[in-house]
Write a protein that binds this ligand. Structure first.
Ligand code: FES
Length: 504
């Protein structure tokens, strides 16, 4: 019989018995820890601190971690296995998952429906009574594919280069099946009463879920021919649902711009607007729509994970111990720490605030260099941001700002003509809008910017009350622009990486 060891996970307080030799990645993943580089030992995103017990330092970890970090007990969990009892502090915490609680105006139907937002990091599902539009339950989970890479390109590479498409497909189908079963059980709704399931996600999530070849998305020009909405059969999905409900993954728009953005356009009624509107989803893969009732343009841009606090020296999710706000008081930086505890790291919105505040008092120069030419800026001990963190933020904000600028130019409009800017996604909900303006991420009048929550999930819910043709015809109206095909994209990107010299 195999020996059992016990792992205590702090601050969750969970005690997990596992077989000796179990990879820590398997143990931690089920507790919400993500593995941004897919567990390849290349990103430091899966760091854990050994508080009791010991974990050997492998050569990979020696390469990635500083001597200071190693002696403080930090290890890369993806490179370790459980050989003895351990107490570990996880550098990451449970993901903040955005749900949607907008009340719907609907035409009643019979039966029950489930809307699912299949995000690259998280999955959210809501059960609705279609006769009233009332939400009867919500389930959130980490996307089980996240252990094979945090961003869409690492999923594509895992599926195409490593031949693991099937594994990714099975994992997400199983996850959604469980969420639906839990929702029905939680609301005491009979399986047979489920009449409709709608799913939305970016093009990679769509292709994985629907088992469509990802190869065209693995290389230039990153265009798939299979963008249409996909009707799915529960038996083929391995779902135990009879009689069979209508199940559909809504259509994609083009490139990596998927039905999550389409659903967002539908939810905010941009296609019916007389005024010029911008919708931006500020994620690892930033997605942008610009338009009104007469024309709609879309693009996606690889912003990197800085907005989510990933690949940042002391980056963490927005949870206890994270520096979430930074202000200037009496010419000095002042931090707000979530939970009023000793600071442990900084989240995406904190990073934007920190850089905006440091620009304000001249600690960071418009080119992005620290004014004193050092390699880091102390915020509140021990939390600091490094010169590399500032560069990561410049890359992220430059990509988004360049995308918006090019789409507006293609539309033939000036930024002043935009009447509304909807910020979709979790980061958009928490970012300080004046700080986003100060760093040049969103240079619109702050009064016109509206954090809009999970517009993808809202659109997926509205799709439960609509005909599929409505979404296909909307998808066909939205032009997809490949930013990298624009000859001046690189120049604009580099320009937009600069910080504005002074506040607007
Ligand atoms: S180093 Fe472990 S997931 Fe990247």
């Amino acid at each position: 019989m195999k020996e059992t060891v016990h792992i205590r996970l702090e601050p969750l307080g969970a005690l997990v018995p596992v077989r000796k030799g179990t990879p820590l990645q398997d143990v931690l993943f089920t507790h919400g820890v993500e593995f941004p580089c897919g567990g390849r030992g290349k990103c430091k995103g899966c760091r854990v601190r050994v508080m009791r017990g010991s974990l050997p330092v492998t050569p990979e970890q020696e390469r990635m971690l500083t001597a200071e970090e190693i002696s403080a007990g930090w290890r890369l969990s993806c490179q370790c296995s459980a050989e003895s009892d351990l107490t570990l502090e996880m550098a990451q915490w449970e993901a903040a998952i955005l749900i949607d609680d907008t009340s719907l105006r609907i035409t009643p139907k019979t039966g029950f429906g489930v809307a699912v937002d299949v995000g690259t990091t998280t999955v959210v599902a809501q059960l609705l009574d279609l006769s009233s539009g009332n939400v009867l339950g919500v389930k959130t989970a980490l996307n089980p594919q996240a252990r094979h890479g945090a961003d869409i390109m690492s999923r594509v590479s895992y599926a195409v280069t490593e031949g693991q498409h099937r594994k990714l497909t099975d994992a997400i189908r199983k996850q959604v099946a469980k969420m639906i079963a839990d929702l029905l059980e939680g609301a005491s709704v009979d399986r047979g009463a489920l009449s409709h399931v709608t799913l939305v996600g970016n093009t990679v999530m769509h292709h994985i879920f629907c088992d469509i070849d990802l190869e065209p998305l693995s290389h230039y020009p990153f265009e798939s021919l299979h963008l249409e909405g996909t009707a799915l059969d529960p038996t083929a999905l391995g779902w135990d649902l009879t009689p069979s409900p209508r199940i559909e993954f809504l259509p994609c728009i083009g490139g990596f711009v998927g039905s999550d953005v389409l659903a967002g356009v539908f939810a905010k009624q941009i296609h019916l607007s007389d005024d010029l509107v911008v919708l931006v989803d500020l994620g690892t893969n930033g997605e942008i729509v610009v338009g009104n009732r007469s024309r709609l343009l879309s693009a996606s841009t690889a912003a990197g994970p800085a907005f989510e606090g990933a690949r940042i020296y002391m980056g963490m999710r927005a949870s206890t111990g994270a520096v979430s706000e930074v202000h200037v008081r009496d010419g000095r930086l002042e931090c707000h720490v979530l939970g009023n505890v000793t600071p442990r790291g900084i989240c995406g919105s904190g990073l934007v605030d920190a850089v905006a505040s440091a620009l304000q008092i001249g600690l960071i120069l418009p080119g992005g260099r620290l004014a004193d030419r050092s390699n880091s800026l102390m915020l509140c001990p021990p939390v600091k941001i490094s010169q590399t963190d500032i560069r990561e933020l410049q890359l992220a904000k430059g990509a988004i700002a360049a995308g918006i600028r090019i789409l507006l130019r293609e539309f033939g409009a000036a930024p002043e003509e935009v009447t509304k800017i909807y910020l979709a996604g979790a980061f958009g909900n928490y970012v300080n809008i004046p700080s986003a303006g100060r760093i040049g991420l969103l240079t619109f009048d702050p009064d016109r910017i509206t954090p809009s929550g999970n517009t993808a999930l809202l659109g997926a819910k509205l799709a439960l009350f609509s005909e599929p043709a409505e979404f296909s015809s909307l998808a066909s109206r939205i032009e997809h622009i490949t930013l990298s095909e624009k000859p001046d994209f690189q120049d604009i990107y580099v320009e937009e990486m600069m910080f504005p010299a002074q506040a607007n």
